[in-house]
Ligand binder design. Structure first.
Ligand code: HEC
Length: 146
C-alpha cells in the first residue's frame, strides 16, 4: 500500500502549495480573459487591450494604476480615445492582494514584456486608500489620451 499513500501525499502537497502561491495566469484565464481575451488583446467595443503602450508609459506607476482599476472597477471611461460598452467589474471582494499582485505581474510580464512586478504590498497600499473614483483613476492613467 505504499504507492497509493505516496500518490496521495504528493497530491495533497500540490493542493496545499497552490493555495499559497497565487497563479496569475490561472486567475487571468478564469476571471479576465472573457472580456480582455486570452492574450490580452481586448475586444473591440467591449473591453480594452491589456497589451498596450500604457504600461511602458506608466513604468513604476503601473502597479498602483493596475491595483486601483482592479479593486474599483470602471465603466464609460475614455481609454486612448475609445469608450467600451462593457464594464470593468470591482474585484475587491473576490480577489486578495496576493491574487491581484499575481495577475498584475502576469499581465505586465507576459503581455507587455515588462520587468515591472506588482507586489501584494502595492495592492494593499491602494486598498488602504479606500474608494478611487473615476476622475482619480483617469488621472492615475495619465489623462486617458496617450
Ligand atoms: C465583464 C468584462 C470584464 C472583465 C471580466 C474584466 N474586465 Fe477589465 N475592463 C473591462 C472594461 C469594459 C474596461 C474599460 C473600463 C471603462 O470602460 O471605464 C476594463 C479596463 C481594465 C483595465 C484598464 C485598462 C486601461 O488601458 O486603462 C485593466 C488594467 C483591467 N481592466 C484589468 C482586468 C483584470 C486584471 C481582470 C480580471 C481580474 C479584468 N480586467 C476583468 C471589462 C472587463
Amino acid at each position: 500500500m505504499r504507492a497509493p499513500f505516496a500518490f496521495l501525499a504528493a497530491l495533497s502537497f500540490a493542493v496545499a502549495s497552490s493555495a499559497f502561491a497565487a497563479d496569475g495566469a490561472a486567475i487571468y484565464q478564469d476571471k479576465c480573459s472573457a472580456c480582455h481575451e486570452t492574450d490580452g488583446s481586448g475586444m473591440p467595443g467591449m473591453a480594452p487591450p491589456l497589451q498596450s503602450a500604457l504600461w511602458k508609459k506608466l513604468g513604476a506607476k503601473s502597479p498602483a494604476y493596475f491595483a486601483a482599476m482592479v479593486l474599483n472597477g470602471s465603466a464609460g471611461a475614455s481609454i486612448d480615445g475609445e469608450t467600451y460598452a462593457g464594464a470593468m467589474p470591482t474585484w475587491s471582494a473576490q480577489l486578495s492582494d496576493e491574487d491581484i499582485a499575481a495577475v498584475g505581474s502576469y499581465v505586465l510580464h507576459d503581455f507587455n514584456a515588462s520587468t515591472q512586478v506588482v507586489t501584494p504590498a502595492d495592492v494593499a497600499a491602494v486598498r488602504a486608500e479606500g474608494h478611487v473614483d473615476a476622475a482619480k483613476l483617469q488621472a492615475m492613467r495619465g489623462g486617458g489620451a496617450p
